[in-house]
Write a protein that binds this ligand. Sequence first.
Ligand code: UDP
Ligand code: MG
Length: 349
Amino acid sequence: MMRSDETSNACAGAGLLSIVLPCLNEAAVLPATFDRLSLMSSTLAEWGLDYELVFVNDGSTDETPELLDRLASADARVRVVHLARNFGHQAAVSAGLLVARGEVVAIMDADLQDPPEVLPAFLGKWREGFQVVYAIRRNRKEGALKRAAYWTFYRLLNAISEISIPLDSGDFCLLDRSAVDMLNQLPERQRFVRGLRTWIGLKQIGVEYERDARQAGKPSYTAGKLIRLAVDGLVSFSNVPLKLVTRLGVLSLLASFIMGLWVSYAFLYDKQTLRGWTSTACLILFMGSVQMISLGIIGEYLSRIFVEVKGRPTFLIARITQRRDGEDVGENADDHANERVRTRREANR
Ligand code: UDP
Ligand code: MG
C-alpha cells in the first residue's frame, strides 16, 4: 500500500479547480465544450477559483489530438494527457485524476451532456464541507431501451453490491483533493470509478441535474462497452454471483437426493422394467445446466484475478501537452505526472 503523500499532487493548487474531460474522437464537439467552459471563468472567479482543463485524449483517431494540442498552446489553462492508445473511459478518467493539480477536481464528459453550469451548485456543497458531490440524472435524453437497461442495472447493483451506489449517478462529480488522493491510491486496475468513489466514503452528497443530449459527434460507448462496464461494476463490488454457485449446488444436491428416493422406490415396488431413462435424462440435463452456470460465474471472477495477477498498469501516458510560460509552471509537469505514475506502478507490484 502506498502512503498518501506519494500520490498527493506535489503542486496541488490552492484556489484551483481542475476539470477532467475524457475524450474519444470528440473533435466535432470539443470547440463548443471549450467555449462553454471558458464562459464559466467569471463565475468561478466569484468563488475565488481559477481553473485548469485536463483533457485526456483516450487514443482518439480523428482530429481530437491536434485540436487539443492547439487549445493547449493557445491557453495555458489547458493541459492535455495523451494516452498511448484507447484504454477506455474509466481508465481515461483515472489518468485525469492522477494528473489533475487542483484542490478540487470535477469529472465531466467532453460531449456537453454534463452541463458545466451545474458546477456552482456542486461547489456550494463542497464549500459546505462535502468531499464528494456527485450528480444524479433527473431524466435521460436517451432511447427507452437504454433507459430501461440503466434503470435495471443500478437497481440490481444496489440490491447485490457490498456498497450502496447512489441510483442514477454517473461519473459526473466534484471531488475534494483528499478524495482524489484516496482514489489515486487504490491499486485496482479494472476501475469502476463511480463505485470506487462511493467505496472511499468521506462526506458525500448528490445533486440532481438534467442530463442534456450529446451536442455533436457520436457516442463512443457501444452496447458492448456498456455491458462490460455493467459486468465490471457488478463483479468488482459484489460476491453474490459467487455465492449463488454454492446455493445452486445445495439445491441440486437436494433435488438429486429426492430423485434418488423416487428411483429407488420405483425399482423396489414398480415391477415394470426399463425404468429410469426419464430420471437419468432429467438428471443429466439438470446437472449439466447447473455446472454450466456455475462454471460461467467462476470464470467471471477467474478472468478478473487473471487481469490483476498480470499486474499491467491501468494506462500508459505517452506524453503530456502543456504550454510553458515559465513563471507559473515552475517545474516540469511531465516529470511530475510520470513520476506519480511510476511510483504508483511500483507500489502495485
Ligand atoms: N470516452 C472515452 N473513452 C472511451 C469511451 C468514451 O474517453 O473509450 C469519453 C467520451 O469521449 C465522452 C465520455 O467518455 O467524453 C462519455 O462517452 P459517450 O458520450 O460515448 O457515452 P454516453 O454519454 O453515451 O454514456
Ligand atoms: Mg455522451
